[in-house]
Design a protein around this ligand. Structure first.
Ligand code: DGY
Length: 370
């Protein structure tokens, strides 16, 4: 791995300073964890080196500080996306590797020989970027961060729904371009949200949180599709109606929001045929995964004004967005902001820490995927 970009330099500097201070005449290791173990007053800890942990992208500072206290940790200082070779090297040289949802860990990477890594502590709830079957075959544990990003992601789904319905991004662009000529009775008319029908495809934590906001905040009627019926309590709280199929839900919904996991099973779940079943006045919201929607089909549908609009936070092949989206006025585009609040990203990091701590203590893992 080109280690130059991993955080060895500042730590080496610190080590040099401390070596001079304590005049211990030792060639100190390149990280504070082992430095701590070899501190002159703690020589008895000489053999207790800390686990080597690699964090593939920058995390909130408070969590990075805790990682530094607990582990022999390396950070990717310039926050660049890792290459396949960098990942292979990481798997060979660290006890734990902590990727994020923007990383890609296919079989070709996970099958690398001579792995030292035993656990992938994923920073994110979605894990479709990791080939889970291969990870399992290779004896790699995978953990994720469920629960803590529910509300912030549901907030972004509502944000997109409101922006798409009320043409928020389009209005902002118009004002900035100095093209607004003043209030007029027929200017930028849009669709009502209050009292409309929201159809949810998938009805897990995030969908239910969105349904609560939509129902209690905006008086929306809730429809959902899910392989098994939802809990009676949530169904009666929201007066939610379960549809027999996606085909049944689409023509009845003013807004359709996607909440299923990514991966092969849901790839292009929303395709040209299903888009045709939506009302011409309806909007499609995607905060799940980009490949759940066939982008080309959605672009054609938006170009033909076959539906009123779409609000997207995730994309096929992100961050490389199909350029045809950029010229459409009836799509609102956000850069995968679902969990991007300080509190949520910190809580996600804390979740990874809890899982790592349990793993290295030999205890059951709270958020084990495989
Ligand atoms: C996740 O955790 O899967 C989200 O997409 C991150 O925002």
């Amino acid at each position: 791995m080109p280690t130059s970009k991993i955080s060895q330099k500042p730590i080496a500097k610190l080590n040099k300073k401390l070596a001079t201070k304590h005049d211990i005449g030792l060639s100190l290791p390149s990280h504070p964890a082992v430095l701590y173990c070899r501190h002159p007053f703690l020589f008895s800890n000489l053999t207790m080196s800390k686990p080597k942990v690699l964090i593939t992208r920058r995390w909130p500072q408070s969590v990075e500080a805790k990682l530094q206290q607990r582990y022999d940790v390396s950070f990717n200082l310039d926050d660049h996306p890792f290459t396949a070779d960098e990942f292979k090297d990481a798997l060979q040289n660290y006890d734990a590797v902590c990727p994020s949802v923007c990383d890609s860990l296919p079989a070709e990477v996970l099958n690398v020989a001579n792995k030292r890594c035993k656990i992938l502590g994923n920073f994110g709830v979605g894990y479709n970027h990791i080939d889970i079957n291969t990870a399992q075959q290779q004896g790699l544990i995978v953990t994720n961060t469920p629960g803590v990003l529910t509300q912030s992601t549901a907030d972004i789904a509502m944000t997109l729904l409101l922006m798409s319905a009320r043409r928020g991004a389009e209005g902002d662009r118009l004002v900035r371009a100095k093209q607004w000529t003043g209030w007029c009775p027929t200017h930028m008319m849009s669709s009502d949200v209050t009292g409309a029908t929201l159809g949810l495809i998938g009805f897990g934590r995030i969908a239910q949180a969105m349904a609560r906001k939509a129902h209690h905040g905006f008086g929306m009627k809730i429809l959902y599709v899910k392989p098994t019926p939802a809990d009676e309590a949530i169904v009666s709280e929201l007066q939610a109606v379960r549809c027999n199929s996606i085909e049944d839900l689409l023509p009845q919904s003013d807004y359709v929001s996607l909440h299923c996991p990514g991966g092969e099973q849901t790839r292009h779940l929303i395709n040209a045929e299903r888009l045709q079943l939506m009302k011409p006045s309806a909007h499609l919201i995607n905060t799940a995964r980009g490949d759940v929607v066939d982008s080309k089909a959605l672009i054609a549908c938006l170009q033909a004004r076959q539906i009123a609009g779409a609000g997207l936070d995730v994309y096929e092949g992100e961050p490389n967005i199909d350029p045809d989206f950029l010229s459409l006025d009836n799509v609102t585009l956000l850069p995968h902001l679902g969990s991007a609040t300080i509190a949520t990203r910190t809580a996600m990091g804390e979740k990874v820490l809890t899982n790592l701590q349990a793993y290295f203590a030999g205890e059951p893992l709270p958020d084990r995927v495989v």
